[in-house]
Ligand binder design. Structure first.
Ligand SMILES: Nc1ncnc2c1ncn2[C@@H]1O[C@H](COP(=O)(O)OP(=O)(O)OP(=O)(O)O)[C@@H](O)[C@H]1O
Ligand SMILES: [Mg+2]
Length: 466
């Protein structure tokens, strides 16, 4: 049954329901007509029996002289004595008792209605009532032909037998057309959906202007297509940007190796070339690690292993990593912060490392590395005294591969801040870029304190891509 098209299944179910309704309605109509015809017949039989009983009581035995009543009632009128002999009867009636002996016996005790009898070969309904006249008991029998009643019922039955199947056919056809027209938009959507491929994700399903379930389904599917398109576009540009970023260090590597292979190279030049190769390899492996982390974020999960972390210890560790570089650049890193928190130490160190690296690379002056409690949140902040983030760039700072000055040489791939945002989100917090009061760069990571007291080691925190 599930292989049969929905419109046929709907039509079949509808037709079945209609057949039951028609059969029930026809049966009730037939019963109603039969009952009302029987009631009318019984009323006229009772009236006629009462008339004749009155005549018999007045000792007027002129039944044979009286005119038959209108219609068939009265044609059958007979007065029998207790032994079943005909006492009197209407004109034109065959001289034979209308009742059998047993019926007569019953009729002497009280009124007796005989639904169908065939005293003269025709179907008649008889009513027999006892009557006492001139000191003797008699039975008055009146009858009426059932011909017109049977005719009326037969006509109705025939009409129902022809009309109901025709009406059923018509309603089923209408039902089929309604089901087919309701499902037509679904078929149109299916045809279009079958034609949509990854290379044509910008196409949408046709949605009828009506506000019914089918159009809502179409809209929902179109929204889903929109999300898929955005996701696919993101992925494509990520792959394109990633390969672009990988090309530069690879080209440098290739150039250095080719230079090193030149036979005229002396030992010092070879050593310098190898050092440069090592630097580029470092850069490549860092880039690969960053891309891997962001790919995991795209898959929806960035594992977070929280542990108790001494904040001062954490900040000191990060500062120590950059101390030599800062010293070489004639700059200092100031650490302010105390207390403890439950954080994924490695991830937070990575995020803060990215920020200090940026402050050293793009900023100027002292680099501030602070941890402070702000209401319900722990705020980790990295500041510098450089020119800060250009306002129009601040909005895109956390996007992947975004750089304020893409052409500036010596810059990175533009993934550092994206990783900071991913780490903050994985901790249930957020990252923001603002300008420090003196005009320098300032990046803050805010993590809710409510999660700080609970140890959730090895918890897998869902991360939505920033
Ligand atoms: N402290 C800062 N002051 C001024 N500009 C900054 C600062 N930090 C970051 N930026 C700007 O933001 C951009 C994005 O930084 P991000 O750390 O995401 O990428 P990157 O440093 O270029 O590359 P990566 O970190 O992947 O090596 C930088 O290219 C730089 O233009
Ligand atoms: Mg960076």
């Amino acid at each position: 049954m599930s292989r049969v098209p929905i419109r046929l299944r709907l039509t079949a179910t509808f037709a079945l329901a209609m057949a039951v309704v028609f059969a029930l309605a026809g049966f009730l109509l037939y019963q109603h007509l039969a009952t009302s015809l029987d009631r009318t017949l019984a009323q006229s039989l009772r009236a006629r029996a009462a008339d004749i009983s009155a005549l018999v009581k007045q000792a007027d035995t002129g039944l044979h002289e009286s005119q038959p009543a209108a219609g068939d009632v009265g044609a059958f009128a007979q007065v029998l004595d207790t032994r079943g002999r005909i006492f009197d009867q209407a004109r034109g009636l065959v001289r034979r008792p209308l009742l059998t002996q047993s019926q007569l016996l019953q009729a002497r005790r009280g009124p007796l209605l005989i639904g169908r009898a065939h005293p003269t070969g025709k179907s008649v309904r008889l009513l027999a009532v006892p009557v006492i006249a001139q000191g003797r008991q008699l039975v008055v029998v009146v009858g009426a032909s059932l011909e017109s009643r049977d005719d009326a019922l037969a006509t109705l039955r025939n009409e129902l037998l022809v009309g109901a199947p025709a009406a059923l056919l018509l309603t089923s056809l209408i039902g089929y057309l309604i089901a087919a027209s309701a499902l037509r938009p679904v078929e149109r959507m299916r045809t279009r959906a079958a034609a949509i491929s990854a290379s044509r994700l910008s196409e949408r399903l046709p949605v009828a202007p009506s506000r019914d379930e089918v159009s809502r389904l179409g809209e929902t599917l179109n929204e889903m297509l929109g999300r898929l398109e955005t996701g696919l576009e993101r992925e494509r540009s990520f792959v394109a940007d990633a390969s672009h970023e990988l090309r530069t260090p690879l080209a440098h590597l290739q150039a250095e190796v080719e230079l090193a292979l030149e036979s005229s190279r002396d030992k010092d030049e070879l050593e310098a070339a190898l050092r440069s190769v090592a630097d580029e390899t470092d850069r490549l492996s860092q880039l690969a690690a960053d891309l891997l982390l962001l790919a995991r974020v795209d898959n929806g999960i960035l594992p977070i292993r929280r542990d108790h972390v001494e904040l001062h210890d954490l900040l000191d560790g990060v500062a120590a990593r950059f101390e030599r570089r800062a010293h070489e650049a004639g700059r200092t890193i100031d650490v302010v912060g105390s207390g403890g928190a439950f954080l994924d130490r490695l991830r937070i160190e990575q995020a803060l490392g990215n920020l200090v690296e940026n402050a050293l690379r793009y900023g100027a002056g002292t680099v501030g590395l602070t941890a402070s409690q702000q209401g319900d949140e722990l705020e980790l902040q990295v500041t510098d005294e450089g020119s800060g983030f250009p306002p129009e760039f601040a909005r895109h700072a956390f996007e992947r591969f975004s750089r304020a000055e893409p052409s500036r040489s010596g810059g990175g791939a533009g993934l550092g801040l994206a990783i900071v945002a991913a780490v903050a989100t994985a901790h249930g917090g957020s990252a923001t870029v603002t300008s420090a009061p003196g005009g320098g760069g300032r990046v803050s990571i805010r993590v809710p304190s409510s999660t700080l007291g609970t140890r959730t080691s090895d918890a897998r925190v869902l991360v939505s891509p920033p």
